[in-house]
Design a binder for this molecule. Structure first.
Ligand SMILES: C[S@@+](CC[C@H](N)C(=O)[O-])C[C@H]1O[C@@H](n2cnc3c(N)ncnc32)[C@H](O)[C@@H]1O
Length: 209
């Protein structure tokens, strides 16, 4: 029997652009740890529904989520993506250009914490955040996202379950501890209104009050 996720995905026609992105990641010798197809679709829907004009993504890889985010942007909207590795940012950029979003995207290369510090020093603000990089820094990324947000901004974080490790009390490595802290912040921080989606590897959604 199909999983609910497989059943839902099979309802849609093939997305040639996004399939090509996944192939380009594999062709580059990288693991395809892009966002799941159903959640990519949700990103587009959320960006479009929120009317976001400025998006900050943390973790670009090959640009899969970047394209999903850009698809929801208004004509004059911008996506800034923070990526540790230059080669990944280049791959993502190529894929965004091929998808017709070259005009809308910029990359900052290096550890995201440094880039976030720079953005804060410039007093930059964003309407939408997608957190999908090194898990140990998720609580730090969330704190920065709240500080860099316009009121009403949306913050989305991927992989909240860490393939089940978050829920397993025998697992207590740094990524797991950080993800538990991130999830608790999402649920309890008084600056946020939030919800969790338990499909795939889990997704956290929050709105800054
Ligand atoms: C899960 S992948 C991102 C997938 C992408 N969001 C998508 O769905 O298409 C994580 C990415 O975060 C990047 N990354 C890891 N540590 C980072 C850091 N400290 N700062 C910025 N990027 C980082 C990795 O190089 C990798 O490209």
């Amino acid at each position: 029997m199909q999983t609910p996720e497989q059943y839902s995905e099979d309802l849609y026609l093939k997305d040639e652009v996004l399939e090509q992105v996944r192939q380009s990641i594999l062709d580059s010798g990288l693991n395809d740890v892009s966002i799941e197809t159903g959640y990519g679709r949700l990103l587009t829907l959320l960006v479009m529904s929120s009317g976001a004009k400025s998006i900050l993504e943390i973790g670009a890889l090959g640009g899969y989520s970047g394209i999903c985010l850009a698809r929801g942007l208004r004509e004059d909207g911008k996506l800034l993506s923070l990526e540790l590795k230059e080669a990944n940012a280049q791959l993502a950029k190529n894929n965004l250009v091929n998808a017709g979003f070259g005009h809308a995207v910029n990359y900052m290369i290096g550890p995201a914490l440094y880039s976030l510090e720079e953005l804060e020093s410039r007093d930059d603000r964003f309407d939408f955040f997608f957190i999908d990089a090194d898990k140990e820094n998720y609580p730090n990324y969330l704190e920065y996202a709240i500080r860099l947000s316009h009121p009403g901004a949306l913050i989305i974080g991927d992989n909240t379950f860490l393939r089940g490790r978050t829920l397993n009390s025998d697992k207590n490595g740094p990524s797991v501890l950080a993800m538990r802290k991130f999830n608790e912040m999402i649920a309890r921080d008084e600056r946020l209104i939030s919800a969790f989606l338990p499909s795939y590897d889990g997704l956290a959604l929050a709105r800054v009050k």
